[in-house]
Design a protein around this ligand. Structure first.
Ligand code: HEM
Length: 215
């Protein structure tokens, strides 16, 4: 049975986009919170939640090229300038409503995917290159880790160790950049929801929005 509100709405986000989104949220929370390790390198939980994020990002990127509709990258191929201009309009309450991703939303989607891919990539490198300790300290323990390593090596690192540690440090920096982007992403979703008087979070759950390009 379809309700009246469902009849008046249109399908926007397919099941892969929605399940991928919420699985990514769960995996990121687990990976970030399990990033702090005291000894013995990254925990299994951290490593496997990182693999999960990598698999979801890879699937989403592939889907962006083959999917139809609003999930397709071509549907929201906006650049940073369009994104910034849109943000300005949004703040002034004059932004056009998009059924798919808005220009600002689109730029954030690409930034998040890139930042997540970079975090996972450096985590894989750190974990396989013998810098397991640094990989396990991505979630905010980076500074303490760097200090501990400085002490351990008497303030001077040999070439290989320094390079491995640098990858681990970069992994931590990227994890924190991703967290910053996520905070901006959630603020942006809230702002756009208020501006266009629609619940975008609910749309990412049900996949549906009210029709019409303009609010
Ligand atoms: C780990 C945290 C998060 C990550 C990595 C993330 C990532 C993403 C990505 C990649 C998309 C694009 C969807 C697609 O086209 O496949 C997206 C969209 C979206 N996300 Fe998130 N997200 C996160 C957290 C959240 C949270 C906590 C909320 C809710 C408060 C949220 C609400 C939304 C909404 C509503 C959209 C659709 C935006 C639109 O209508 O254009 N996200 N997110």
């Amino acid at each position: 049975m379809t309700s009246a509100s469902q009849e008046k709405s249109v399908n926007v986000w397919d099941p892969l986009v929605r399940s991928g989104h919420w699985a990514m949220v769960a995996a990121f929370i687990v990976a970030y919170l399990s990033g702090e390790e005291e000894s013995g390198g990254a925990s299994q939980l951290h490593v496997w939640s990182g693999y999960a994020i990598g698999a979801i990002v890879a699937a989403r990127v592939l889907w962006g090229f083959v999917a139809a509709g609003h999930a397709r990258f071509g549907d929201f191929a906006f650049g940073p300038i369009a994104g910034i201009l849109y943000l300005g309009e949004l703040v002034r309450g004059r932004a056009r409503r998009y059924i798919g991703h808005s220009p600002a939303g689109a730029v954030m989607v690409f930034a998040l995917l890139l930042s997540l891919a970079g975090t996972v990539g450096t985590g894989l490198m750190a974990n396989s290159g013998g810098d397991k300790q640094a990989a396990g300290n991505a979630g905010g323990g980076m500074v303490a880790q760097a200090v501990a390593e400085e002490n351990e090596h008497g303030g001077s690192k040999k070439g290989g160790e320094g390079a491995e540690s640098a990858i681990g440090d970069l992994h931590g920096v990227l994890a924190n950049i991703t967290l910053g982007l996520i905070i901006l992403h959630v603020l942006g979703v809230g702002l756009a929801s208020v501006a266009h008087r629609e619940n975008l979070v609910l749309s990412m759950i049900t996949g549906r929005k009210r029709p019409g390009a303009q609010s």
